[in-house]
Design a protein around this ligand. Structure first.
Ligand code: C2O
Ligand code: CU
Length: 510
């Protein structure tokens, strides 16, 4: 469907107010419901799912170290909004259709509050998954200032729950951030990038079958979902009126499968100041920013001296990435900035020269090296699906780092897609990527490198929780496990992959 661009203003999700707050802790309640919302002024209202009646959900803002309790409440209908495939793990007919569990992506959190995929719950907690432990989650927020986000994580239906609208921003602030004098208040704006496809009546379209339908099944999971329309903060191709000054944007790719490679059509630089895990050491001026699903970039854009100009944010990442269809006039357009507001006061904010030290983890400290493949597989219906280390979700746990230990993981990608690999609990550093010969690996299980090590891109030189593992490359990451022990997960953040076996439990042990 062709929807006119730049006719609706960019919505900015409200900041959630706590139910209680005292000097010791903060308590929020977040209700999940179904409602109708206008996603474009020429489109009928769309039935979506959201948190606190809002899609995207309200932004949760907490301080670093602030002990925060959140009761996530499922008040959704009993019937799912989107087509369920009952053959994928966790979504068999023996569980209720509508289940939810919330994960704060990038959070440093005890495992019982991490939103384990089998810790799901239904309305009034009437039914719960086998790993459900508590109704009120506790977040210690032991991160520095950073851009996190919360979203659904239910085993087997994450792609549908998130596509229906269950996602929002979770920002952590700290004193360091306060003294940096960044653009703030109305000059600091979250940008959630997503793609969707609409039916004529304005309802959300999600495919019931892959391109080559599976005859034995009424509904089958698809290997990827590629929408034909781009939304920002839940609006189709919105515009934002800005003053001729600096703005800070928290970019987040919250799509199911689509990658974004963002550019401004004015050719101007984006000044990136933060990665997934918070501030980088120094800002980097870049012409384009690559964001796989779940990746974030904290950027400053300077509109000074651009009075009267319209600037379009564009995208040129093929979907699926990297070998899929190139973008067109629709999927290649994201949103528009209109430099039409008068400067309301002198812009005294800065792009700091230095944000925070980025201490490199010492590789010699690594007590364990793990070689982990990303593979293709075929199911009994002839459908292709992806695995981590050739193991399904239900296979015994194999990644069991010791609390406080440092490990290096080699992500050996044997598939033809780039997979955004995400680990819960910790932030890691990307060491490098290196080309290797897949055929030799398949035959002899040996890595034969065909290039030298390629250092991470300038925009990746900071704390990360999601890394793009490219085809024909070994991607190496290094991390220290802690401060909690317990059961977490690591997975591909392409939601159609995650929902169909490209996810593994891992456990931090004492
Ligand atoms: Cu963004 Cu395991 O999640
Ligand atoms: Cu994947």
């Amino acid at each position: 469907m062709m929807l006119q661009k730049f006719v609706d203003a960019l919505p900015i999700p409200p900041i959630l107010t706590p139910k209680w707050k005292n000097q010791f802790y903060t308590y929020y309640q977040v209700n999940m419901t179904e409602f109708k919302q206008s996603l474009h002024s020429e489109l009928n209202e769309t039935t979506v799912w959201g948190y606190e009646g809002s899609y995207p959900g309200p932004t949760i803002e907490v301080g670093s170290g602030e002990i925060t309790f959140i009761k996530w409440i499922n008040n959704l209908p009993d019937k799912h909004l989107l087509p369920i495939d009952f053959t994928v793990h966790g979504a068999h007919r023996d569980v209720p259709e509508v289940r939810t569990v919330v994960h704060v992506h990038g959070a440093c959190v005890e495992w019982e509050s991490d939103g384990y995929p089998e810790a799901w719950f239904t309305k009034e907690f009437k039914q719960v998954g086998p790993y459900f432990r508590k109704q009120v989650y506790r977040y210690d927020n032991c991160n520095h200032a950073c851009t996190l986000w919360y979203h659904d994580h239910t085993l087997g239906i994450t792609r549908l729950n998130v596509y229906a609208g269950l996602a929002g921003f979770y920002l952590i602030r700290d004193d360091r951030e306060r003294i940096l004098n960044l653009p703030s208040g109305k000059y600091e704006i979250p940008i959630m990038l997503q793609d969707k496809t609409f039916n004529k009546d304005g309802s959300l379209y999600y495919p019931k079958q892959p391109e080559k339908p599976i005859r034995e099944l009424e509904t089958s999971i698809v290997p990827e979902f590629i929408g034909d329309t781009i939304l920002v903060n839940g609006k189709v191709y919105p515009y934002l009126k800005v003053e001729p000054r600096k703005y800070r944007f928290r970019l987040l790719n919250a799509s199911n499968t689509r990658f974004f490679r963002i550019k401004l059509d004015s050719g101007q630089l984006l000044f990136q100041i933060g990665t997934d895990g918070g501030f980088m050491q120094h800002p980097v001026g870049v012409k384009e920013i690559m964001l796989a699903p779940a990746e974030r970039a904290d950027v400053i854009i300077d509109f000074s001296n651009l009075e009267g100009k319209n600037i379009i944010m564009v995208n040129d990442a093929p979907a699926p990435f990297p070998t899929g269809t190139p973008t067109d006039e629709n999927t290649g357009t994201v949103m528009q900035f209109r430099v039409t507001l008068p400067l309301s006061s002198v812009d005294t904010s800065v792009i700091p020269a230095h944000m925070r030290p980025f201490p490199k983890i010492n590789g010699h400290l690594a007590s364990k090296i793990r070689y982990l493949t990303l593979n293709d597989n075929m199911d009994k219906f002839g459908r292709e699906f992806m695995l981590l280390d050739n193991k399904q979700w239900d296979a015994p746990i194999t990644e069991n780092p010791i609390l406080g230990s440092t490990e290096i993981w080699y992500l050996i990608n044997l598939t033809t897609d780039t997979h955004p690999i995400h680990l819960h609990l910790i932030d890691f550093q990307i060491l490098d990527r290196r080309d290797f010969d897949v055929e030799t690996y398949n035959k002899e299980k040996k890595i034969k490198y065909t290039s030298t090590a390629i250092p991470p891109e300038p925009q990746e030189r900071g704390w990360k929780d999601t890394v793009r593992a490219n085809p024909n490359q070994v991607t190496r990451i290094m991390m220290k496990f802690g401060p909690f022990t317990g059961l977490y997960v690591w997975h591909c953040h392409i939601l159609e992959h995650e929902d169909y076996e490209m996810m593994r439990p891992y456990i931090v042990i004492r």
